[in-house]
Design a protein around this ligand. Structure first.
Ligand SMILES: C[S@@+](CC[C@H](N)C(=O)[O-])C[C@H]1O[C@@H](n2cnc3c(N)ncnc32)[C@H](O)[C@@H]1O
Length: 253
């Protein structure tokens, strides 16, 4: 399990994140998705009262807590960061959310009608094993809803520029579609969200730069430099089309 300390980051970035998103659009997500996009994806996946939802790599579970509060569901969030889950549990308060410390894969037995994976599929170098696992824990008709960082794999030079490059594995859309079909899913919805995420990363970068002195004091100079460097790369790559973002829903056949 990861021994990262999520609390200083969450606290240090809170004010900047709140100012970067339009009113009502920041719900604790650690990503470029707006609340409206999270809700739309949850609804398209059929999240509703009593529907069982497994949220992979939930982090502090901003999206999970938001979807549970808005749509109602039986929610289980997984993450390998115990400090992130501690924050998630505290913030979930009276919501019917459960959390489990887990290094993914494997996944718990299920079955889960909806599996979510928001803004983190890029962290999995081996996407086939991951998708085999999601398919294994879903019944026929179950939905897998996720966002994709789309593009050809990073070159050696690009990997050198990107902090934590061992968690950045881009995949072409055609490859994801092939893998989904191979493990028994049919893609039922896709939407490109590159423009929206480009605007969001630009707004976050501006907000982090404006607050950099306070952020540096809380997370240290190296972590701040890496935060700014990664956001600059995502901004540039989304702007020039090197990376595209998609929201997708696939149904288990
Ligand atoms: C960018 S955050 C996204 C959190 C959340 N999905 C959201 O959209 O706000 C990525 C999260 O994935 C978790 N993570 C990455 N790889 C993982 C793995 N193999 N198993 C479990 N958690 C993982 C990290 O600890 C982190 O909390």
């Amino acid at each position: 399990m990861r021994q990262d300390q999520r609390a200083p980051f969450v606290q240090a970035l809170q004010r900047a994140r709140l100012s970067a998103y339009a009113p009502g659009e920041f719900v604790g997500q650690e990503s470029f998705m707006r609340a409206a996009e999270i809700l739309d994806l949850g609804q398209r996946a059929g999240i509703a009262k009593e529907v069982s939802v497994l949220d992979l790599c939930c982090g502090v579970a901003g999206p999970g807590r938001y979807l549970t509060a808005q749509l109602g569901c039986r929610y289980l969030g997984l993450d390998y960061s115990s400090s992130a889950l501690q924050i998630a549990r505290n913030l979930a308060a009276d919501l019917p959310c459960e959390f489990q410390l887990a290094q993914i894969p494997p996944l718990p037995a299920g079955p889960f009608e909806v599996v979510l994976l928001l803004e983190t599929i890029l962290a999995f170098a081996d996407k086939k094993t991951l998708l085999q696992e999601t398919a294994r824990v879903q019944p026929t008709g179950g939905r897998f809803a996720f966002t994709l960082e789309e593009g050809q794999p990073l070159s050696a030079a690009e990997r050198d520029q990107m902090p934590d490059a061992d968690t950045v594995w881009l995949t072409p859309l055609s490859e994801i579609k092939r893998l989904l079909a191979e493990v028994g899913y049919e893609l039922t919805w896709e939407e490109e969200c590159s423009r929206s995420h480009q605007q969001m990363v630009e707004a976050l970068l501006c907000a982090f730069q404006a607050e950099q002195q306070e952020i540096r004091e809380q997370i240290g100079p190296l972590a701040l430099e890496e935060l700014l460097a990664s956001h600059r790369l995502w901004r540039d790559w989304l702007a020039c089309g090197r990376v595209r973002k998609f929201a997708l829903v696939a149904e288990k056949r």
